[in-house]
Ligand binder design. Structure first.
Ligand SMILES: NC(=O)c1ccc[n+]([C@@H]2O[C@H](COP(=O)([O-])OP(=O)(O)OC[C@H]3O[C@@H](n4cnc5c(N)ncnc54)[C@H](OP(=O)(O)O)[C@@H]3O)[C@@H](O)[C@H]2O)c1
Length: 199
């Protein structure tokens, strides 16, 4: 399969690229490095990505940011950061990518455990994760030509534990092997409209 991985140079994207790269052609995309550059906050940049890469069989998105900070300090603009990047960025990869993906292809987006297991300072991110899960569940109902969509929702991953662990008290980091297998399940498996929780 020809697989585009957006965020391929990141903590999660790296291990997913390495695992799927054993069996498939991987196009690594990110905003500053990789095989192709894309900024998911810009729909014209996303269009350029697909025009450049052409037809593909699967797209994985392991990217997107959102505001992190105390609930009482969050501004409207803070919420829009997550909407613009992690939420609409990933949704636009699907809405624009659906015109370029091959029949029977798949989209895999990334949300995260905070949609249902909140932490302090996480409201600006949690709501985006919930929206992405709902988008995946509902888009699957209408996607045609055998095209599937799933959303991977990992817990705190092992390779981020040193930097982010303090914000997730008591959460046991998920091994990078388990994280990678969640994406493998979405791309090489048969399910659609699933929130694939990796806990
Ligand atoms: N790490 C965790 O424990 C964890 C747990 C659950 C969910 N998640 C979610 O998983 C996703 C990936 O997390 P991560 O920890 O792997 O992030 P990361 O290490 O910060 O990597 C982010 C990746 O996205 C790329 N990127 C950043 N901004 C971009 C943009 N505007 N357009 C296109 N690419 C962009 C980065 O490369 P460039 O800098 O070159 O653009 C990099 O490849 C995020 O949505 C995160 O919320 C993470």
């Amino acid at each position: 399969m020809k697989i585009i991985i957006v965020g391929a140079t990141g903590t999660i994207g790296k291990v997913v690229s390495s695992e799927l790269g054993k069996r498939h052609e991987i196009i690594k995309a990110a905003s500053k490095s990789g095989d192709v550059k894309v900024d998911i906050t810009s729909s014209s940049s996303i269009k350029d990505l697909f025009k450049h890469v052409g037809k593909f069989d699967a797209l994985i998105s392991a990217t997107g940011t959102a505001a992190f900070g105390p609930f009482y300090s969050l501004t409207e603009d803070d919420f829009y950061k997550g909407i613009k990047s992690k939420m609409m960025g990933q949704i636009n990869l699907v809405m624009i990518g659906k015109d370029f993906i091959n029949d029977n292809g798949s989209f895999t987006l990334t949300s995260g455990i905070l949609w249902k297991d909140p932490i302090k300072n996480g409201a600006g991110l949690s709501f985006v994760n919930g929206a992405l899960n709902s988008f995946g569940i509902s888009a699957a109902v209408e996607l045609q030509k055998g095209i599937r969509i799933n959303v991977v929702s990992p817990g705190l991953v092992e390779d981020s534990a040193a930097t982010l662990g303090a914000a997730f008290p008591g959460q046991i980091p998920v091994s990078m092997h388990r994280v990678a297998q969640g994406y493998v399940r979405s791309v090489e498996g048969f399910s659609t409209g699933q929130v694939i929780e990796i806990l």
